[in-house]
Write a protein that binds this ligand. Structure first.
Ligand code: PLP
Length: 381
């Protein structure tokens, strides 16, 4: 099997597995307990906190562990709005993951859309103009929600520039770095944002664990209450083994950033072949993109058909965004970029990562071209 769906979830890294097993072998250990077993668990959690902090150039204490990217985004969005007593308006980019856009829709404050250009990047001129005309009395604090790397296309967003605009306007920026972590450098201070959402399972850590980084002093209120864990910001007994796996995965993925970047030329070669021999359109080809992502379309060859044909050939890929539990729906991301129906209905996402072998790209291209040829001959094309 060739796994080319890293953006849905990545295989567990051996370092993460080892760290998780070691944590499980601690025995019964609640990090809040004061006895030695509890202290051992606490040490595991704090080591991982330091690792997650170091990965994004931040202090350990500004990291809050959560159950994943979705919860981190919900905490940032709802927690910031709550801390501002609802005197805020969210500006959500048109290509955000539903974990961000739906959390925003339920945050109880007005939501505006930050449009993207056909390049797939957010329209900074539009954002600048909107902030220049911002009526604070009416709309409260502007809070931008903008991802660093898009899950479907891999296109990188000008987060640093956007966050600077928000800062000048006295606003805040929440950055979804779930797909960027471990693939491109993510530095909290350089980005200049106020909150960063992270997830373990996209980088070879376990599913169901993530973190929210928040700038010291950034408005943030808890949205779930209980035992007061995580400095009161996220009550609930910590997932110690999951957190240990996250810490190990994040360290390893940052150490291996050059290895991820080295996927780029192989991805480019695959795309060149698919274009030349299969007539595909590569989405976001001219935009800065993650090295391990290729989203391409062949109008007339439905995405579901492509995914099934590749599956039969032992290759796992996604149609559009796979994060929505097998549902195949037209990609909002591609629509926001102005793609027409024919393109949006025929786009598939291949995504590669830490355990991808260079020859995997060739196998994917071979299998896709064969499937396309079969489909074309059936249609008598
Ligand atoms: N944000 C992006 C960009 C994603 O791709 C995902 C993945 O599904 C999420 C957020 C949600 O993360 P999680 O699956 O850890 O809840």
């Amino acid at each position: 099997m060739i796994y080319a769906d890293y953006n849905a979830t990545a295989p567990l890294r051996p370092q993460a597995r080892a760290a998780m097993l070691a944590a499980l072998d601690l025995g019964p250990a609640n990090p809040s307990s004061v006895h030695r077993a509890g202290r051992a668990a606490r040490a595991v959690v704090e080591k991982a906190r330091a690792e997650a902090g170091a990965a994004i150039g931040s202090r350990a204490e500004d990291i809050v562990f959560t159950s994943g990217g979705t919860e981190s985004l919900a905490l940032a969005i709802q927690g910031a709005v709550a801390a501002l007593d609802g005197a805020a308006t969210l500006i959500v980019s048109a290509i955000e993951h539903e974990a961000a856009s739906k959390a925003a829709a339920h945050a109880g404050v007005p939501v505006e859309t930050a449009y993207v250009l056909p390049t797939g990047q957010v329209d900074l001129d539009d954002l600048r103009a909107r902030l220049a005309a911002w009526d604070r009395g009416l709309k409260g604090t502007p809070i931008l929600v903008l991802m660093l790397a898009n899950n479907e296309t891999g296109i990188l967003q000008p987060v640093q520039e956007a966050a600077a605009l928000l800062r000048e306007a006295g606003g805040l920026t929440i950055c979804d770095a779930v797909q960027a972590l471990g693939k491109v450098p993510v530095n909290a201070a350089l980005l200049g944002v106020d909150y960063i959402a992270l997830s373990a399972h996209k980088i070879g850590g376990p599913q169901g664990v993530g973190a929210l980084w928040h700038r010291a002093g950034a408005p943030l209120k808890a949205v779930q209450y209980g035992g007061g864990q995580e400095r009161g910001l996220r009550s609930g007994t910590e997932n110690v083994a999951g957190i240990a796996g996250f810490g190990a995965a994040v360290s390893e993925s940052v150490r291996e950033l050059p290895r991820y970047a080295a996927l780029g030329p192989h991805r480019d070669a695959m795309e060149a072949r698919l274009k030349a021999e299969g007539g595909v359109t590569v989405i976001g080809e001219a935009s800065p993109r993650l090295a391990g992502v290729s989203n391409f379309a062949r109008p007339g060859f439905r995405a579901e058909t492509q995914v099934m044909a590749l599956d039969l050939a032992g290759i796992c890929v996604s149609a559009g965004s796979a994060c929505s539990s097998g549902k195949v729906k037209r990609s909002l991301v591609l629509m926001a970029m102005g793609a027409d129906d024919a393109l949006a209905e025929s786009a598939i996402r291949t995504s590669f990562g830490w355990n991808t072998q260079p020859e995997d790209f060739r196998h994917v291209a071979d299998a896709w071209l064969q499937a396309h040829q079969r489909a074309s001959s059936k249609l008598g094309a």
